[in-house]
Design a protein around this ligand. Sequence first.
Ligand code: GLN
Length: 496
Amino acid sequence: MAAEFFTMGVRELQAGLKSKQFSAVEIADAALERIGGQDERIHAFLEVTDQAAHQAAQAVDAAIAEGKGADLGPLAGVPVAYKDNMNLEGTHTTCSSNMLADYVSPFTATCVQRTLQAGALPLGKLNMDEFAFGSSTETSAFGPTLNPWDPSRVPGGSSGGSAAAVAAGLATVTLGSDTGGSIRQPGSFCGVVAVKPTYGVVSRYGVVAFGSSLDQVGPFARSVEDAALTLNAIAGHDPLDCTSQAVATDFTANLAEGAAGMRIGIVPAFMQAEGLQPEVKAKITEAAEKLEALGAQLVEVELPNAQAAMSAYYVLGPCEAFSNLSRFDSVRYGFRDPGHKDLGSQYEASRAKGFGPEARRRIMLGSYLLSAGVYDRYYYPAQQVRTLITADYTAAFERCDCILAPTAPRTAFEFGEISDPTSMYLSDMFTISINIAGNGGMSMPVGLGAESGLPIGAQLISPAFKDQNMLRAAAALETVYGPAPIAPAFAPKAGE
Ligand code: GLN
């Protein structure tokens, strides 16, 4: 039995717990043992929290023993792990940076806390690009995560550890964060369900900030239902994050409705974009046809300003990152280069040594863009572009319930294959405009590329606070493509 826990979804785990086929402690033990045996192959975890997982499991088992099985939380007994920019009291929160290598969280982020309140078993903290700058986990100061489908390739990023852990069956659900594509792009590269809800659905309190007007937390899972159940647990207003909204949506409510009658928007400019790999284009076209066969109506919609999203993002993102990362000053937080006699040289040396090259690039870019004279030429126009893109989406969503697009222009690339920053930034060409406008977006696995044999994700995009639309379309696609498979090298062996 134990060998099968990692293949089970949330409902299956909970049914087994409630009928006392197995205990939460057995689930936790099996998950921790699996991480111990398998994670060295992909390096998804930066820290494993055995004790916390056991404590949570004992609490679930005690509740069941006391006859309170019916009152269990929606994630009771579910193995969950967190991107390492999320605080969990008593664990390291490194953001995969030398700057925070020794930082131990004195508190717990709201999104993490809510999974714990829901009964989740916290397995540990997951690798990422340093401070979430990147699309491959190659900028992690602690070494990259490998793609479970092909260890010579990146898992995507910045939430690469979160995507890889689910794809390898090392956690049932993980949390990641997405500023420009960091949940959806690794979801596509690793072939798992990856949801960036509308900005404001999930509290960002206790999640180390990158771009505060863009950042959003969301789940990775192998089924749409597991992702929706996790969203139900973590969504909603938090007095500690003034951008979080009172969301009363049941994200599972529409999953069984099917695609019939839905209007699915297709953006011709996305499908004809330069750099879109033929095998990705073929899969997204196929997914559109499948939705149509299920009774959806395809409508062409235009997002005329979306091509400016990348330029706006690489102004707004670095400006916000520059401001947010100023707190890592070697006095209150983070790495301190020893032996300096004045504060100026301590700041300079500590920040130069504590941050890696991509973090330094973003900080310098933001510092330049916000300087006197320059500010008016870049920051203001970028905000104006933001207004235009938001208006484009509002107009498009008058004609459709959600939009279908590629998540990423290509399948997972090899380590070192993309070395110049601008090419790396293009990984997010289809995801960034959604953060700019603040609406919902998710990546849904739609099978493997005909040439590469690697996973491909279709992106579904929702109007703001109508995340249930994209989840409904994704669930319809899931009836065709099935739930996300565990990567073959990590799947149960025959007879297990
Ligand atoms: N890859 C994008 C970047 O490097 C997005 C990262 C993210 O969403 N955190 O900024």
